[in-house]
Design a protein around this ligand. Structure first.
Ligand SMILES: C[S@@+](CC[C@H](N)C(=O)[O-])C[C@H]1O[C@@H](n2cnc3c(N)ncnc32)[C@H](O)[C@@H]1O
Length: 291
């Protein structure tokens, strides 16, 4: 069984100093496996987060820990755990309200008479979904709008992230009282169930529509992912250099149906051009529509 360090141990035991060669070795591994670049001023971030896992394992040498995560099956399991500490998972419900407005106004039928006779099929993908607030919030906005339109529909929401721990939280769909603050009473009533411990779980009907899957965005080309109507990729491209951002945007564009919308974080990709994608102007968003 893995030893969990006490709080005293975590606070008292000094971190081993990380020299330049060790930093270079670790940041190269991170770049190779996730695509993320760690500038030299992130050395203390790296050593602090490696230190957490190393202490838990009783290891005090960066080289020994590097050897552990580099080798075999056990290394991969440990790498998954470490990765959660090295990636930023900040997210919240309704973080990008203008994006939800864009989706409900421009990716769904404008009126009941514009709805097809057959149930409308909507395929959406939250790339870098973290702990689930973005895909669930988007699914709620879509469902809410489709209820108003009174039209039957099918929603498949793929929610992908590189962190297994974040995905496990998303799959459970359980959030604290603080985490659901800001969600209006109608949505709380329609999409959440209050648990005995005072937390809130996303309703089963909504959870069934969201499929969480581990996926490294740089390996999307190797994954069997179909064509989408809506792709959200927000607060993720910032961790990559320009070359990689362009490559990711190109790959995501290839996963859109004609008319589909790619929505990126504002300011995360400048001067991107793609033969089949056209900038879709909408306040406080960075969106592109597949022609
Ligand atoms: C800051 S969160 C963004 C969450 C959400 N999209 C939002 O805007 O609120 C970034 C997420 O990207 C994930 N991530 C980082 N590198 C990744 C990669 N190479 N492939 C897939 N996901 C990655 C992290 O694990 C993290 O959960």
């Amino acid at each position: 069984m893995e030893q969990i360090p006490s709080l005293d141990e975590m606070l008292v035991k000094p971190l081993p100093p990380m020299d330049g060669a060790q930093f270079a070795q670790w940041s190269a591994l991170l770049r190779e496996r996730t695509g993320m670049r760690l500038p030299d001023n992130r050395r203390s971030f790296l050593s602090t987060n490696l230190g957490m896992r190393m202490r838990a394992l009783g290891i005090d040498d960066y080289g020994e820990y590097y050897a552990l995560v580099s080798q075999g099956r056990q290394g991969l399991v440990e790498w998954d755990r470490l990765l959660h500490h090295l990636t930023v998972h900040e997210t919240r419900f309704l973080r990008h309200e203008s994006v939800l407005a864009l989706i409900t106004q421009h990716c769904l039928p404008a009126s009941p008479s514009a709805c097809p006779a057959e149930p409308l099929r909507i395929d959406a993908w939250s790339v870098g979904c973290s702990t689930g607030q973005e895909p669930y919030g988007t699914a709620m906005a879509i469902d809410d709008r489709m209820r108003v339109l009174g039209a039957p529909y099918y929603l498949g929401m793929l929610a992908s992230d590189i962190s297994r721990e974040a995905l496990a939280t998303g799959r459970k769909g359980i959030y604290s009282y603080q985490q659901v603050q800001g969600i209006g009473p109608r949505w709380m009533h329609n999409y959440f169930v209050e648990l005995d411990d005072g937390r809130y779980q996303v309703s089963e009907a909504l959870r069934q529509r969201v499929c969480f899957q581990q996926l490294n965005i740089l390996q999307v080309g190797e994954a069997p992912i179909g064509q989408m109507d809506i792709i959200l990729c927000m607060n993720l491209l910032i961790y990559f250099d320009r070359e990689q951002r362009l490559q990711i945007a190109d790959t995501l564009a290839d996963h859109l149906r004609p008319g589909g919308m790619l929505i990126l974080g504002v300011g995360e990709l400048l001067n991107w051009e793609h033969p089949r994608m056209k900038r879709f102007p909408y306040a406080n968003t960075l969106a592109f529509q597949h022609q």
